[in-house]
Structures are given as C-alpha cells and as structure tokens.
Write a protein that binds this ligand. Structure first.
Ligand SMILES: Cc1cc2nc3c(=O)[nH]c(=O)nc-3n(C[C@H](O)[C@H](O)[C@H](O)COP(=O)(O)OP(=O)(O)OC[C@H]3O[C@@H](n4cnc5c(N)ncnc54)[C@H](O)[C@@H]3O)c2cc1C
Length: 423
C-alpha cells in the first residue's frame, strides 16, 4: 500500500489564471477515476480536477453506501471485456488503498429459470465461458435461507451465482481515486463550480474553463459532470434524461444470514399470480444492522438533479413505504416490512443506456465527455475513467466501443446492444 499524503495537502494551491495540460470537470465517479488515470498515462503532466461540491458529498450519483458489481451481465457483448478489466482495477484499488473498496462477495440472481433475465444471463455466461454456479430451489433455500420462497403457485426459484461479482463502496472509491491522483501530483479544487467550457477560446487555441473561483486554461478537458451534463452542454438534455432513484434499507430480526460472509449482492425477480413482476436488488449488511434492499422498478423523472431537493421532503418516502412494504417481506424471511432508511438519488440515462464516453466532434480531440451512465456506471468506473484519460492524452482508446460516441444525432435503441439496467 502507498502511504497517502494527508487528504488536504495538495488541494488548494492551484491558481486561477494557470494553464494545465489536463482539466477534469466534475470529480465524482468517472471524473475521479479519469483524474487518477491521467496521472498514470501522462506522468509529469499538469492535471487539475474541479469539483462543484466538497471532495466527497451526498449529492452525486455515487452516494448511498454500496453499489452492485457483476461480471455475468445480461447485457453481455461489449460490456463483458470492460467489466472484466474493471474488476482487475477494483482489486488494484483495494491493494493500493488497503481498504475494502471492492467487496468480492459474489453476486446472485434469483428468479424462475425461464425468467427472461435469467435466460439471458445464462446465455452470456455460456457465450463468454464465465465462472458460475446454478442452484435449484432446494440448493438456494439451503445456501441462502434469507430468500423467502415465492408465493404458492409461482414458478420455483432458481439462482445463478456469479463468483466474480461483489459490492463497491462508492464514496470510498471516489475518495481514493482522487487520492491516487493527488499523490501523483494532480491538483483538486473542490467547492468550485465550472460555469462554462470554451474550446479554442484561449491563447494558442487552449480551452477556457470558467469557474466561480476564476478562469483556467487547458490543453485538454474531460467533462464528467454526471446528471448535470446539460448545464455545460445544453444539447445533451435531448439525449440524457435525469431520473430519481430511491434506495431503501430494512431491518431483519436475525442479521446472520445477511452478513457479507453469508450473502452475496443480490437481484431477485418474482412473477406474481396476476403476472405482475416484482424486482429487488441489494447488498449484504455493511453495518451489521440493516440491509439495503431497493426496488428497481421505481424511478421518477427529475428535470435536474437539483430538483431532487423538493422530493427529499415531499410525499415520496410515504409512497415508497406504502408500495414496497408488502414486497420486502415477500422477498425475504424475517424482515420487518417498513424501511428504516430512505435516500433519494439520481442518474442521467441515455436512450440505449450506453454511456456517452467520447471526444466531442469538431474540437480537434481537445474535449472529452463522459456522462449518461444510465444507472450502471459504478461497476465500470475505473475502466471508463481510463478510457476518458486515453482519449484526452492520445485521442483514441482501443477498448472504447463506438456505441459510446458523443451523440450528434438521435441514438435510438440499438439492436446491437441490450440496454443495461440499473445496477
Ligand atoms: C440509487 C442508484 C443505484 C445505483 N446502483 C448501481 C449499481 O448497483 N451498480 C452500478 O454499476 N451502478 C449503479 N448506479 C449508477 C452509478 O452510481 C452512476 O452511473 C455513477 O455514479 C455516475 O457517475 P458520474 O461520474 O456520471 O456522476 P457523479 O458521480 O454524480 O459525478 C458527477 C460529479 O460532477 C460534479 N459536477 C456537476 N456539475 C459540476 C460543475 N458545473 N462544476 C464542477 N463539478 C460539477 C458533481 O458534483 C459530481 O461530483 C446507481 C445509481 C444510483 C443513483
């Protein structure tokens, strides 16, 4: 493990008016990784990250204690090599930080064997030869007794175990990616809002980055401002919609079966008698107290992530409690049915759920945008940060799918890509 500098050692000595080789706008999930990767690909270059809020905060798409990581992704195709590379990088982060940023507890998908996502996941597993284990209902009940049996008459549950899956501690991931960059000489301005990014507007064609702290110029800029994409690129509002996503935590009477040594991160689908599908996802208990169980089929539109503030105090928590109480006790044995914690989050979704991760055409490779992570960006974050850094430094990235191009026309649902879902 490297010994990190003190967290604040190099944050504030960047000066307005300076020129940087690389500026990263937004140092959340993808931006923090891009900052780190820039220092790896271009050692000795001057690198500045600019973050609107504090160094880590509760307002980004990464907030909320845990994120799910899977290798056996039903989305398959282009996403499998990316997530395999990401896993190596998560383990590298664990080794460097000495912290459990990535929790290698595996992932389990529970549902009827003929449920479309179960069938699709098995197809991807076979296509890519991925490690896995299939559990029938008896084996599932024995191995993971916390899952309640489906309602009488419902199709028997089966499970697919993805041993390479796990959990991610998102706030820690952002903090350490920033820290690795700081340790390598990058600068970070927090509490600084970027007001505009103007390619070619500076001396010798440099990009001007205007902030509420002053102006800097840069040879290359990566914009990774998440759900706020349209603040700096209004045209992206047409391609990316911001959705609110609640997270909920519940209280089991007996915590044993929910401890990380006994339960992987999980996803479950139940087909009700009336044909209705209930979906939940979550993580083993991380505080030894409550369990994150969230209901993926609930999302609302928020015009802007800042609009969430209204919802935080609005009627939504009551609605969540009402709608999901019955579901939670149907999914799990011994779980009290009202949430003990609710938080509201957001992410920017593209039409085909593939991220925007590319050079903006027309600016000679000086401007890279990474946004529209579509409820799925955490697991890929180190590799997406790497791609953004490669694009900024060399103008290309061998592992970047063209499906991630900056949209100049409507993307539309792509037949080549199975849309990724939340988590
Ligand atoms: C509830 C929920 C559950 C999820 N579950 C999963 C999961 O299980 N697995 C998974 O892989 N993914 C999951 N995701 C998706 C994943 O968390 C997001 O896709 C990812 O965090 C998005 O990263 P980002 O860098 O685009 O945005 P952010 O992490 O929000 O980063 C954007 C940063 O830009 C900053 N910024 C914005 N505007 C400016 C400005 N003008 N100037 C300076 N800085 C600015 C913001 O403050 C922020 O720090 C989930 C998302 C949510 C909301």
């Amino acid at each position: 493990m490297n010994t990190p500098t003190t967290p604040d050692a190099t944050r504030h000595d960047a000066q307005p008016g300076n020129h940087y080789d690389y500026v990263v706008v937004g140092c959340g999930t993808i931006g923090s990784m891009a900052l780190w990767q820039l220092t790896d690909i271009a050692p000795g270059a001057s690198v500045l990250g600019i973050e609107r809020f504090t160094r880590v905060h509760t307002r980004g798409s990464y907030a909320g204690e845990s994120r799910l990581f899977r290798v056996a992704l039903k989305e398959g195709g282009i996403y499998i090599p990316l997530v395999q590379r990401a896993r190596e990088m998560w383990l590298e982060m664990n080794a460097r930080s000495g912290r459990d940023i990535f929790l290698p507890v595996g992932a389990v998908s529970v549902g009827p064997a003929d449920f479309p996502t179960m069938v699709q996941t098995m197809k991807v597993i076979e296509e890519f030869g991925l490690d896995h284990e299939v559990l029938d209902s008896a084996a599932l009940a024995e191995r993971f007794p916390v899952f309640a049996p489906s309602a009488p008459g419902a199709a028997a549950d089966t499970a697919i175990l993805d041993p390479a899956g796990g959990g991610i501690r998102p706030e820690l991931a952002v903090a350490f990616a920033q820290q690795f960059a700081l340790d390598a000489g990058a600068r970070l301005w927090d509490n600084t809002r970027v007001l505009s990014v103007e390619p070619g507007a500076g001396p010798a064609g440099a990009t001007v980055v205007r902030t509420d702290r002053g102006v800097v110029t840069a040879s290359k800029v990566i914009v990774a401002n998440g759900s706020w994409a349209a603040d700096l690129f209004p045209g992206l509002a047409h391609h990316i919609s911001v959705q609110t996503i609640p997270l909920t935590w519940y209280l089991p009477l007996d915590i044993t079966g929910f401890l990380p040594q006994n339960l992987p991160i999980f996803m479950r689908d139940i087909v009700r008698d009336n044909g209705e599908i209930w979906h939940c996802y979550g993580a083993p208990t991380l505080d030894g107290y409550s369990v994150k169980i969230s209901h993926g089929d609930f999302a609302g539109d928020a015009d802007t992530p800042d609009g969430l503030e209204e919802l935080r105090t609005g009627v939504l928590p009551e609605e969540i409690t009402r709608v999901f109480s019955e579901r939670t006790s149907t999914f799990f044995n011994g779980m009290l049915d009202a949430p003990v914690r609710i938080s509201l989050h957001h992410d920017g979704f593209t039409v085909d759920h593939a991220p925007v991760l590319g050079l903006v055409p027309g600016f000679d490779g000086t401007l890279t945008v990474a946004t529209g992570m579509s409820g799925n960006g955490m697991k890929f974050a180190p590799v997406y940060g790497r791609i953004a850094a490669e694009l900024a430094v060399t103008g290309e990235s061998a592992v970047r799918p063209s499906a991630f191009d900056y949209p100049t026309t409507d993307r539309g649902p792509s037949p080549a890509i199975i849309p990724a879902t939340l988590h």
